[in-house]
Design a protein. Structure first.
Length: 222
């Protein structure tokens, strides 16, 4: 998934098309309200404007102090998945159920300091756990490799549940950090600055795929 927080905001539609052409599997929208996190990024209207440019799945990572008013707007804008930070809001269960009732995948985002328990007690209704390997609020930060231990714990939680729940990692993912997260059990990755730092999205994607492959010298990674 590409985090477009680092994209050229003056050409977001074209950037989404370039990401799709490069084989990137989806767009990760970091919706920030300037209160829950310092930055103010984009909202439903920007997401909707880009929706008609590509067929890719859209997921919204709501870094907002009150996600409830945004659920319908972000769903109507064309997102398939909405992730919230359960420890930031009063009634996360109700918010997650609202997302599920809209027919979308509900996800729980865990900041580095948030325990796996914040996802554990919602495992029966969520379809995704987003493990943040940076502090929420900015692109281009360094990956906190210690969080690979949390990835292992969440992988155990998911395998013990009888549900299909995506284990996704978000923050500082690049050729030098993706293998550690994959080995810990992550199978979906949000990548921002590592895409825009590269000479092309396709080259960046290849480097990430190669880094995962190199972590399993004798077998093919699943
Ligand atoms: C940070 C966001 C991440 C970030 C990823 O608050 O949730 O999605 O934009 O960007 P990189 O890959 O640059 O860390
Ligand atoms: Zn994010």
């Amino acid at each position: 998934m590409a985090s477009v927080l680092t994209a050229d905001f003056s050409a977001l539609g074209a950037q989404c098309r370039s990401l799709e052409d490069a084989g990137i599997d989806g767009i990760h929208w970091d919706v920030m309200d300037g209160r829950a996190v310092p930055a103010l990024s984009f909202g439903p209207d920007i997401i909707a404007a880009c929706r008609r440019h590509v067929a890719l799945p859209f997921e919204a990572h709501l870094m907002t102090s009150d996600p409830d008013p945004l659920i319908d707007q972000v769903a109507d804008a064309g997102c398939d998945t909405i992730m919230i930070h359960p420890d930031w809001i009063r009634n996360p269960r109700r918010t997650l159920q609202t997302i599920v009732d809209r027919g979308l995948t509900a996800g729980v985002a865990l900041s580095p300091g948030t325990s796996v328990d914040a996802a554990r007690w919602h495992i029966d209704i969520i379809g995704c756990i987003l493990i943040m390997t940076v502090e929420p609020g900015f692109g281009g930060q360094s990956n906190i490799e210690l969080i690979n231990e949390k990835i292992r714990q969440v992988a155990v939680l998911i395998s013990a549940s009888d549900r299909h729940v995506e284990l996704e990692v978000d923050g500082g993912i690049g050729p030098d950090t993706i293998a550690g997260a994959h080995l810990a059990g992550a199978r979906k990755f949000v990548v921002g600055s590592a895409l825009w730092r590269s000479q092309s999205f396709a080259v960046a994607k290849q480097k990430l795929d190669d880094a995962i492959g190199a972590a399993y010298p004798s077998t093919k990674p699943v």
